[in-house]
Design a binder for this molecule. Structure first.
Ligand SMILES: Cc1cc2nc3c(=O)[nH]c(=O)nc-3n(C[C@H](O)[C@H](O)[C@H](O)COP(=O)(O)OP(=O)(O)OC[C@H]3O[C@@H](n4cnc5c(N)ncnc54)[C@H](O)[C@@H]3O)c2cc1C
Length: 283
């Protein structure tokens, strides 16, 4: 099947894009890398009157570190993060996470903002943002609002974005760029979406540890008890380490089936190992 007919607009400025998005007379849809939207158009799961292509907007493509925050523009591609093309990302642990997303051809076009807005429960940026306690900068023609990522995603493929709003950037604490990260996901084959995933961020500067799990039915879930224990650098060599992880997974996800539960325990243990060994990723 091919996409239904639509008009196409490629604005030159963010202001123009936001003005056009705010027009109530057209059912417009933003397109960035088209890696998720393209298949949806072809399957006619969405039938917008018009696509507004934001992939060329310079305002969405910057990465800046200032005031203790790292601001990654929504239009920055997975490949640009993977390659550390922006100085503020050169030594950042998210480079390794970017490298696990799909295949290089998808990473060349797919953007961090498109991934967050799409809100696929198995998406890697969503989970990394959850562990980072990231904030999402949202713009519309009349102003800007900042929303914590755990309030941004409401359910699978559902966010708080209004029809006239777009993601402008993701904001995370700058100190996380030097912090131990662990990331592990279970995929059937390289390039597939995760069937289980876990991100661990340990930030000694702020005294914060967050262990988040993804690839669930809805938004990622924070394993609060385990996050608190890891701050004390608990002994992972003891025989009851797996049992403790299992208990925390059960407490946070009591309705998970036995296979999913076992898979997630192994995923969390591997992600935590990677954080302590400073290896960052594994799959
Ligand atoms: C074969 C394949 C494998 C993949 N594997 C993975 C994987 O392992 N892990 C993973 O995380 N992802 C994976 N993806 C998804 C990929 O990361 C996409 O790039 C991403 O989900 C969407 O980014 P995009 O820029 O292409 O957005 P688009 O496809 O252009 O848009 C997606 C949605 O976001 C909206 N949108 C786009 N930009 C904005 C914005 N700035 N503000 C508000 N709304 C916006 C669009 O209207 C649309 O609804 C895979 C995709 C493919 C095709």
């Amino acid at each position: 099947m091919k996409a239904a007919r639509f008009d196409y607009l490629k604005p030159e400025t963010l202001d123009q894009a936001l003005r056009e998005l705010a027009r109530g007379d057209l059912n417009s849809r933003l397109v960035a890398g088209s890696q998720s939207l393209g298949p949806m158009l072809n399957l006619r799961l969405v039938r917008p009157d018009r696509l507004i292509d934001v992939s060329g907007l310079a305002d969405l493509r910057t990465v800046k570190a200032e005031g203790g925050q790292l601001r990654i523009g929504a239009g920055v591609t997975h490949a640009e993060i993977e390659d550390g093309r922006h100085p503020a990302l050169r030594d950042h642990p998210w480079r390794r996470i970017a490298g696990t997303i799909a295949y290089r051809s998808v990473r060349n076009r797919g953007t961090i903002g498109g991934s967050l807005a799409h809100a696929d429960p198995a998406a890697d940026w969503l989970l990394a943002a959850w562990a980072a306690e990231a904030q999402i900068e949202i713009v519309r023609s009349t102003g800007t609002r900042i929303v914590p990522v755990h309030q941004f995603m409401l359910a699978a493929y559902t966010t708080v974005l209004e029809p006239d709003e777009m993601v402008a950037a993701v904001l995370l604490p700058e100190s996380l760029g030097y912090a131990p990260w662990g990331y592990y996901k279970v995929c059937r084959k390289i390039g597939d979406f995760a069937e289980a995933s876990c991100a661990v961020a340990i930030d000694p500067v702020r005294g914060v540890c967050r262990v988040a799990v993804g690839a669930l039915d809805g938004p990622p879930v924070l394993l609060e008890g385990l996050s608190a224990e890891l701050l004390d650098d608990i002994d992972r060599s003891g025989p009851n380490w797996a049992e403790r992880v299992a208990r925390h997974v059960s407490l946070s996800l009591p309705d998970m089936d036995a296979i999913g539960h076992r898979r997630l325990i192994a995923t969390v243990m591997r992600a935590v190992d990677r954080a302590f060994e400073r290896e960052v990723v594994g799959a």
